[in-house]
Ligand binder design. Structure first.
Ligand code: PXL
Length: 438
């Protein structure tokens, strides 16, 4: 098996969210071999950088030289370079590979990671040889001397910075989420779903991802586009390991893919269990039941597993007619997708028969409910998506159950929502318990 090698020259974050630690996680999850040169060590956690120690220049050089003796480096990135001497040394010691410079100046916590005077050294020594520099708004202001308030200012700053380096991507995370790349005489804009707020290590991760894609042979604009997608997924999976800033989940896309098998098998196991619950057949509507379970953060119907076919009532017995697969459900999957967009913990749903007695059973089981009326549906929308969002809006949060009373030719329906199939089943059990015995 072959892997490209990617180099990071950066500081260590003892809290594991940024710096070399973030870079190496990014490299690993993007399929390149990561090597690292540590420039400074920080004592920090998710709240604060408490101290920094710059490594002796000759030892930074030893690390770079040692790597050059052995590896063929496909691309490199720089992160924290604390002062002019380190910047100069790095500029003089690196080799002939694509170089992404993340001009780290201040940490997410607001603590300085680079001497203020070092901006000139960056411009003079390091940027002329760089393939790409990746400033955030503040760093772009420092490098260009232009105050940035609008996207037009961003472009002006990118153009000014491009005078002394290969290409520039100004990260819009602190403006509107759109990143502006200036490369080869052209502007490119990259936008994904925008997550305002602070995510520790996002700058490090972005530049590391661009370097990883360059090492794998992607062209610059594609590398930036793919890095933007990667960082967006890592932000979706962000978590709080400490008491301060959130950190990215560098493995999120991989973890999500790895769940494909367990989602199917958990759903299959849940189906086998639910059809054998005494009384379950009384919950089956005319159109049958679908039972769905999604990957974390589902984006479309293909990310939702359901029954190809339905659970049907076969002579008084509940029968699963069909196997489970991704993309197999439309209606219930759309309900789930809409609910998941409001609460990422909700990943499973099931539709059951509506009747006044059923609704009473739901309510007396202590489950929260919200409803929508098909009469109010505007033209041209997906009923399931619109209705689900409408019901959630009326309630202020995702309830246990969303129902509608139907319309001419449309069977009324109750949908049970939960974090996983087991939770949906436990709600089903509560409902069955409250149904009048026939
Ligand atoms: O996010 C910039 C950054 C880079 N390098 C190190 C850091 C930080 C932010 O805290 O600690 C070592």
């Amino acid at each position: 098996m072959k892997k490209a090698t990617c180099l990071t020259i950066a500081g260590s974050d003892s809290g594991g969210g940024a710096g070399v630690q973030a870079d190496l996680k990014t490299f690993a999850s993007l399929g390149v071999h990561g090597v690292s040169v540590i420039t400074s060590v920080t004592a920090q956690n998710t709240r604060k950088v408490e101290a920094t120690l710059d490594l002796p220049l000759d030892f930074i050089k030893k690390q770079i030289d040692s790597l050059h003796k052995d590896f063929r480096i496909g691309a490199a990135k720089t992160g924290m370079l604390a002062n002019e001497e380190i910047i100069k040394l790095v500029a003089e010691s690196i080799g002939e590979y694509p170089l992404v410079v993340d001009p780290v100046m201040v940490a997410t916590s607001g603590d300085r990671l680079q001497a203020a005077e070092a901006v000139d050294a960056l411009k003079r020594y390091l940027l002329p040889g760089a393939t790409l520099v990746t400033p955030n708004i503040y760093e772009a202001e420092m490098l260009s001397g232009i105050r940035i308030r609008t996207i037009e200012d961003v472009k002006e700053a990118a153009l000014a910075i491009s005078e002394f380096t290969g290409a520039v991507v100004v990260k819009g995370g602190h403006l509107n989420g759109t990143d502006v790349l200036y490369y080869n005489g052209r502007f490119y804009e990259f936008s994904t779903e925008y997550y305002p707020g602070k995510y520790h290590g996002s700058g490090c991760t972005y530049s590391a991802a661009i370097a990883a894609f360059l090492a794998r042979g992607f062209e610059l604009t594609d590398a930036v586009k793919k890095a933007k997608e990667y960082i967006t997924w890592s932000i979706r999976g962000a978590y709080s390991p400490g008491k301060g800033a959130k950190v990215l989940n560098h493995m999120f896309l991989k973890e999500r893919e790895a769940e494909r098998y367990s989602v199917l098998s958990d759903l299959e196991a849940a189906l086998a269990k639910v059809v054998n619950l005494p009384g379950f057949q009384t919950l089956i509507p005319e159109v049958g039941i679908n039972f769905v379970y999604s990957l974390p953060c589902p984006e479309n119907l293909e990310d939702v597993a359901g029954i190809k076919g339905r659970i049907v009532n076969a002579g008084g017995r509940a029968l699963v007619a069909g196997c489970v697969d991704f993309g197999a459900s439309k209606h219930v999957a759309r309900v789930l997708l809409a609910a998941s967009s409001k609460d990422r913990n909700i990943r499973s749903a099931m539709n059951i028969r509506y009747s006044k007695e059923m609704l009473n059973a739901v309510k007396s089981a202590g489950l929260s409910t919200a409803s929508f009326s098909r009469d109010e549906e505007p033209p041209g929308v997906s009923t399931m998506e619109w209705g689900t969002l409408k019901a959630i809006e009326s309630q202020g949060s995702v309830p246990d159950v969303i129902y509608d009373e139907g319309a001419i030719g449309k069977e009324p329906m109750i949908r049970i929502l939960g974090r996983n199939p087991q939770e949906v089943i436990s709600k089903v059990k509560k409902i069955i318990k409250k149904l009048p015995v026939e």
